[in-house]
Design a protein around this ligand. Structure first.
Ligand SMILES: C[C@](O)(CO)[C@H](O)COP(=O)(O)OP(=O)(O)OC[C@H]1O[C@@H](n2ccc(N)nc2=O)[C@H](O)[C@@H]1O
Ligand SMILES: Nc1ncnc2c1ncn2[C@@H]1O[C@H](COP(=O)(O)OP(=O)(O)OP(=O)(O)O)[C@@H](O)[C@H]1O
Length: 291
């Protein structure tokens, strides 16, 4: 099954909880760049096969953790015995890229196991399990664009968005999300705090006004290539350009797939892009219809 990447179109950090996690307001949208997962029954245990140098194949893989958590929880509810599982991941989403690849793999495993076992868990229970695996995982269970609050786990579907095509540029540097949050300066004035609580309710997302990411300056300071990519995307016709999540991927938003593809070609011809990986991907605004 397909596990999509995501981009953050709006990300304001509004505070820090006593446990160190940050509160935020973020508009997130899946994009049509996918990992492909194949789940097959095994005699015993959970096995991950991925073959990507930066993705663990042991129990620390988020897809493995998701399967384990599901079995521990749902087995008690409806199954007499634990069966094994092999998870094959064809990794297309770059790793440590701010595109939520690991989180999406985990959500895909939870959703597939729940469906396959005849829905022992409600969507709400599945989302709760997902939240235990990572802040971004519940978003991928829900599907479609969403406005996230809390630590990213409180979600409202959001459809006031134009069908942009994104050009994603991954500069081949992996960024640790924990490092970015740790280096974020959160000393905010009262006015700034008010601004950051900006509410999208009933409003249409406007690129010129709303495209913002509080984490971008932190990552861009360590990796100046981020500013360089933003400049190039804007110079090649993007309506807006910004880093996604904690980085390092930068996306440009284009009005049509044709314009995104022209920018893709122009950037590929540029000497500077030799070490970068580029993808053209439509925004997946609406929740998939489940048959
Ligand atoms: C940057 C975003 O991707 C934006 O959508 C998310 O906020 C991060 O989501 P994620 O990668 O699923 O994050 P997790 O795997 O849950 O957390 C990784 C680390 O990031 C920090 N973290 C994460 C989420 C959050 N709201 N506040 C944090 O401070 C914590 O140090 C945590 O240990
Ligand atoms: N299934 C998985 N796919 C990718 N990375 C995984 C997976 N399981 C564990 N990891 C580990 O998680 C780390 C970051 O993975 P990921 O690519 O999801 O981060 P990210 O792109 O920064 O995502 P986010 O936007 O959620 O911060 C890597 O160090 C990787 O080794």
């Amino acid at each position: 099954m397909k596990a999509p990447a995501k981009i953050n179109l709006f990300l304001r950090v509004t505070g820090r909880r006593p446990d160190g996690f940050h509160e935020l307001v973020s508009l997130m949208c899946p994009v049509a760049l996918y990992d492909n997962l194949t789940l097959t029954p095994a005699k015993q245990g959970i096995h991950v096969i991925c073959g990507h140098p930066d993705v663990p194949e042991d129990a620390s893989n988020l897809a493995d953790r998701a399967a384990r958590l599901f079995m521990e929880t749902a087995i008690h509810e409806s199954f007499p015995s634990v069966s094994g599982l092999t998870i094959q991941i064809d990794k297309k989403i770059p790793v440590g890229a701010g595109l939520g690849g690991g989180s999406s793999d985990a959500a895909a495993v939870l959703t597939a196991l729940n469906r396959h076992r005849g829905y022992p868990l409600s969507t709400a229970a599945l989302m709760e399990l997902a939240g235990r695996l990572g802040a971004d995982v519940p978003f991928f269970i829900q599907g479609g664009a969403a406005l996230a609050t809390g630590i990213g786990d409180r979600l409202e579907p959001f459809s006031h968005l134009t069908s942009w095509t994104a050009l994603l540029v991954y500069p081949n540097v992996a960024v640790s999300t924990a490092w970015v949050y740790k280096n974020l300066n959160l000393r905010l004035t009262k006015d700034e705090k008010k601004l950051r609580k900006f509410h999208f309710k009933g409003r249409f997302f406007n690129v010129a006004e709303h495209l913002v990411n509080d984490l971008e300056p932190v990552t861009a300071k360590a990796f100046p290539v981020i500013e360089e990519i933003k400049r190039l995307l804007l110079a090649h016709g993007a309506a807006g350009a910004m880093m996604s999540g904690s980085g390092s991927t930068v996306f440009g938003l284009f009005e049509t797939p044709g314009r995104a593809k022209s920018a893709y070609s122009a950037l590929c011809d540029n000497q500077r892009s030799q070490n970068w990986t580029l993808y053209v991907a439509d925004l997946l605004i609406h929740r998939p219809v489940i048959a």
